[in-house]
Structure formats: structure tokens, C-alpha cells
Design a protein around this ligand. Structure first.
Ligand SMILES: C[S@@+](CC[C@H](N)C(=O)[O-])C[C@H]1O[C@@H](n2cnc3c(N)ncnc32)[C@H](O)[C@@H]1O
Length: 280
């Protein structure tokens, strides 16, 4: 377990992932009934952008820093940006909330969240961070196996975020297997699954396997920094959305081109592909 998200926090992939997460949460909040969120690879919850790790790579400068400098973000980004601003209330970008703190910033008193993290030190950071918040459970488990004890939730509505580090060769296969297990337990949940786009081939195989599995509507949304020509670089960021909420496509339509214009104005692009289900 060598992956440390602190080097990458707030980069273009985090921005895309978290902007979509915030949109899905907004749609869940349209009803008063509680929702449940499971974060299978939670990280430490929030990141210090002035620390050595973030400073060394400077990745956030090509991500969240650009968003905050850009003029007039679309309506679809407001909830996400409001949480980012609440973490940097003096107007200087110093901290970036990871998925756990972003979710906490968006949840209501009636909602609930389970955070799963395997790294022994990171899980302790999460525990102390969320200590006393009765809505949040922190679990020291393998995120790929966590579904068994945590799904389906009593609330019967909500989301699962799967955001693995992709540090092992067979991560796409492990992800697929975990997804299949989770979906058996909770077929109606919304699944948000992040994946890196380095070469085009592994992504195409992943999409093919999902298409063969069939099931509910499945959308793949991708933001490319550049064409996927060099398979050793992170050329783009992908998010699978299974059971996308009603109207999510309408929200993504203005959001993704705007993000491309800000994050990858020269060689960037965005696309949205229906992997399973009807193209509207
Ligand atoms: C990409 S980071 C998560 C970032 C977080 N979701 C966010 O958006 O702020 C991946 C995390 O997964 C953890 N991890 C790695 N393997 C894991 C596993 N099998 N189960 C749970 N967590 C794991 C790593 O320690 C790391 O903190």
C-alpha cells in the first residue's frame, strides 16, 4: 500500500470526480428521505495543500486552483465549490476536502455515511476526524470486500463511491469483481466508480466487460487532458455512473465542456458514453 493521495489531492481527476459526486448528492437531496453513502476507498478525508506532498507535485495547481481562478463557473458546480470555499474561508487555497469531507459538507442531519480505508494510519486519521459525528461510520476493511457487511443500507437509497488507487496491475479486474458483488447485494444503489485513463486498451476492455454484465443504465463520463497516446501517463479521468439519477445527463452537459475549457484548454476533450441502457 504505497499510494498516498496527498500527492494528488485537488488535481484534475479529483475535481472531476468530486464535481460529479456533488451533483449526485444534490439529486439525492431532492427528496427529504435519508440517503446512505459508502466510500470504499476513503483516504484521510482532507488534505493540506501547503504540505510537502502536494507541494512536490503541484498537481492541485492544474486542478482546483484553476477552477477557483476561472470566471463564472456553471450552476452545476456551485455546491462543490461552496464546500471548497468553506475549507478556505480566507480566500487562499490551502486545504482540499477529499470525498469524506466533501460528502460531510453536503449531507443533511438525516443522512448517513460509511467510510472504508485499509491503510492502518489513514483509518486512524479518519477515525479522529469523524469522531463524534453519529452519521458517519469509519471501517478498517478492504474496500473491495466491504459491501458484504454494509450493503444494502436500511435507507434503501444512496450511492457507493469506489475510488481505488490503481497501484496493482489487475486493479480493473478487482474493481469489476467488487462491483459485481456489491450490485448483487444492492442493485438499486447509484455506483460511482473512478478509473484512470492511461492507454485506451484497458479502458475499452473494462467497458466491454461492463456491457457484457448488462444490468441497469450505466454511463461512462471521461475527461481527457490529451489524447491517450502515452500509456505511462495519466491522460484522462473516467467515472462510471451506474443507475444515474434522473436529469444527471442534463447537468453533465454544461459541466464537462466547461471543465475541459478550464482544466485542459489546449488538447482536452470530454465524452459521455452509454455503456448499458438506452441512449436518449
Ligand atoms: C484515490 S485514494 C482515495 C481518495 C478519496 N476517495 C477522495 O476522493 O478523497 C485511494 C485510497 O484507497 C486506500 N486503499 C488502497 N487499497 C485499499 C483497499 N483494498 N481497501 C480500502 N482502501 C484501500 C489507499 O490507502 C488510499 O487512501
Amino acid at each position: 500500500m504505497n499510494y498516498r493521495h496527498a500527492y494528488h489531492a485537488g488535481n484534475f481527476a479529483d475535481v472531476m470526480k468530486h464535481a460529479i459526486l456533488a451533483l449526485v448528492v444534490a439529486s439525492l437531496k431532492r427528496k427529504d428521505t435519508p440517503f446512505f453513502a459508502l466510500d470504499t476507498h476513503a483516504g484521510i478525508g482532507a488534505y493540506d495543500l501547503e504540505a510537502d506532498e502536494a507541494g512536490k507535485t503541484g498537481e492541485y495547481m492544474g486542478g482546483i486552483a484553476r477552477l477557483l481562478e476561472a470566471g463564472t463557473p456553471p450552476e452545476e458546480l456551485q455546491a462543490y465549490l461552496a464546500v471548497i470555499r468553506s475549507w478556505n474561508s480566507d480566500g487562499n487555497l490551502r486545504r482540499y476536502p477529499g470525498s469524506p469531507e466533501l460528502m460531510r459538507g453536503l449531507m443533511r442531519p438525516q443522512d448517513r455515511m460509511a467510510l472504508v480505508e485499509l491503510h492502518p494510519k489513514d483509518v486512524e486519521v479518519l477515525r479522529s476526524r469523524f469522531h463524534g459525528d453519529r452519521r458517519v461510520g469509519v471501517h478498517h476493511l478492504d474496500g473491495y470486500l466491504a459491501a458484504k457487511g454494509l450493503l444494502p443500507p436500511a435507507e434503501r437509497r444512496g450511492l457507493v463511491l469506489m475510488d481505488p488507487p490503481f497501484e496493482v496491475k489487475d486493479e480493473f479486474q478487482r474493481l469489476l469483481a467488487a462491483l459485481r458483488r456489491a450490485r448483487k447485494l444492492w442493485p438499486t444503489g447509484i455506483y460511482l466508480v473512478w478509473y484512470p485513463i492511461k492507454g485506451a486498451e484497458p479502458v475499452a476492455r473494462f467497458h466491454e466487460a461492463l456491457a457484457q454484465d448488462g444490468g441497469p443504465e450505466t454511463l461512462a463520463v471521461e475527461l481527457m487532458l490529451r489524447p491517450a497516446l502515452d500509456p505511462f501517463r495519466l491522460n484522462g479521468s473516467g467515472m462510471l455512473i451506474i443507475n444515474p439519477p434522473w436529469q444527471l445527463r442534463d447537468s453533465l452537459a454544461p459541466l464537462m465542456p466547461w471543465l475541459v475549457g478550464v482544466l485542459a484548454p489546449e488538447q482536452g476533450s470530454a465524452r459521455s458514453e452509454t455503456i448499458v441502457g438506452e441512449t436518449p
